[in-house]
Write a protein of this length. Sequence first.
Length: 488
Amino acid sequence: MPAPHTAPKTVTLIPGDGIGPECIESARRIIDATGVGITWEVHHAGERIFKQGIPSGVPTDTIESIRRTRCVFKGPLGTPVGYGEKSANVTLRKLFETFANIRPVRELPGVRTPYSGRGIDLVVVRENVEDLYAGIEHMQTPGVAQCLKLISRKGCEKIVRLAFELARSEGRKSVACATKSNIMKLTEGMLKRTFEEIAQEYPDIQSWHIIVDNCAHQLVKKPEQFDVIVTTNMNGDILSDLTSALIGGLGFAPSANLGNEVAIFEAVHGSAPKYAGKNVINPTAVIGSGIMMLRHLGEFEAAARIENALLVTLEEGKVKTGDVVGYDSGKACTTTAFTDEIIKNLGRSPQTVTPRTYKPLRIPRISPDPVVVRPTSRRVVGADIFLESGLLPDKLGPTLEALAEGTPLKLKMISNRGTQVYPDKGTLIDCVDHYRCRFVLRDESGDLKDADLMALLGRVAAQHRWVHVEKLPEFDGQPGFTKAQGED
Ligand code: NAP
C-alpha cells in the first residue's frame, strides 16, 4: 500500500546524469527565487547507481523518498552500455504507475523555426506504462524474436479520461485519438473504441480519431490543427519527439509523468553527455517541467510568474543558448546567464504572447479492481499452437492434420508471420522457422476443454518443437482473436 503523503511541498529531486545536474540546478534556482518554499529531498538514480552494482538503477532510499513525497523533479538518466539491462527512467515511471506522459509544445517567441507564426500549441498525451514498453520479449526460435503489445481496457480508460480532463483544465477545444487500429484491431482498436465511448461524456470537447501515420503527416503539414492528441505508448514516443522539433528542438520540450499516486516531472530530452559540465545547454525544457510541477502542486501563481519570466527572456532575446544561435557563433550565453536573466525577469509579463490560464487537473481514478470487463458469456473455440520448424508448409500441414485425427480439434490453417501459408492459396511467402498452427473445434458450438488441448499438444510435441500456445477465446459471442492475412 502507498505510504501516506507527508507534505505537499516536499519534492524528491534527482539531479540525473550528463547535463541533468546543470538543468536541474537552473530550474531549482528559479523555483526557489519565486519564494514558493519547496523542500527538496535530493536522491539519486541512473548511471552512478548502476555503477554501484544496483541493476535496476533505482536504490531503495530513492524509492522510499518518492513514496513519501509523491512528487519527483528529475534530470535525465543515462543508460550506460554495459551497466543495467533496463532504463532507470522507464523503471521509475513503471514502479509508480505514472500512466500518462504529458508533452506540451507551444510556439515560443524568439525561437525561429520553419513553423514560426503558425501558432502551434498542442499537447501529446502518451500512455506511459503499457504497449510494447511492457518490455515482454522472447526469442521464439534462434532467429525469430517477439515483443508482446499489451493494451488493457483499464489503461485505455485512464489515459482517455486524462486527455479529456487535461483539455478541460487548459481550456482546450479538441482531443484527437491517434491509433493504428486499422491494422491492430484488438490492441490499438481498444484505445479507439474506449475513446469513442468516453468522448460522449465530454460533449463540450470536440473529439476525432486519426490513423497515426496520417497524424505524423498532418503534424508536419498543418500542426496548428491539433490541440490534444491522445495515443498509445510507442506512437506517443515517436509523435512527441516530432512535435518537440516543431517548436525548436529538445531543449524546449517539457513533460510530466502523471499517476494517481505519484507525479514525475522531467524534460523530454536525455543526458546529452557531450555537453555535460560545459554550462552551455538550454535549461528551458527542465524549467518548463518545473512549471508543470508547480501547477500540479497547486502553485499556480509561482508557475505563471516563471512562465512569464521565461517568455520575456525568450522574447527579448538578450541571452540565447547555443542550440538557438550556434555553440560556436560567439553569441551563445551560458546556462547560468540564461538562468540569471529569467530570475531577473520574474514579475514581468510578455508583450507578444498570452500565456494560457490553467485550472487544477482532475486525474481520473478507475476502480482498483484488476477486472474491469466482465463478459456475460465466454468460451474457447480453439487454439493457436506456435512451432519452431524447418519444414515447408506443404510438408508441415499434413503431419499436423494427421496428429489431430480422432481429437475434438482439427487444423484450420497455418500462418507464417501472420499470413496463411497452408492450405496453399498459390501465394508467394518467404517462410521463416516460426509457424502459427490454428486448431479449431470440430463442434462449432463447443467449448474447448483444457484436457483436450493438452492431449493435442502432447501429440504435436512428440513430432515438433512447440514454442507457445494461445487459446482462441470468444467473449459475448465475439471472437477474441484476429484472422491471419488471407484466412477465410
Ligand atoms: P539526448 O540526450 O536527448 O540528446 C540528443 C541531442 O539533443 C543532443 O545531442 C543535442 O543536440 C540535443 N539536446 C538535448 N538536450 C538539450 C538541451 N537541454 N539543450 C540543447 N540541446 C539539447 O539524446 P541521446 O543522446 O540519444 O541520449 C543520451 C542518453 O540519455 C542515453 O543514455 C539515453 O538513454 C538517455 N535518455 C534519457 C531520457 C530521460 O531521462 N528521460 C530521455 C532520453 C534519453 P545537438 O547534438 O544537435 O546539439
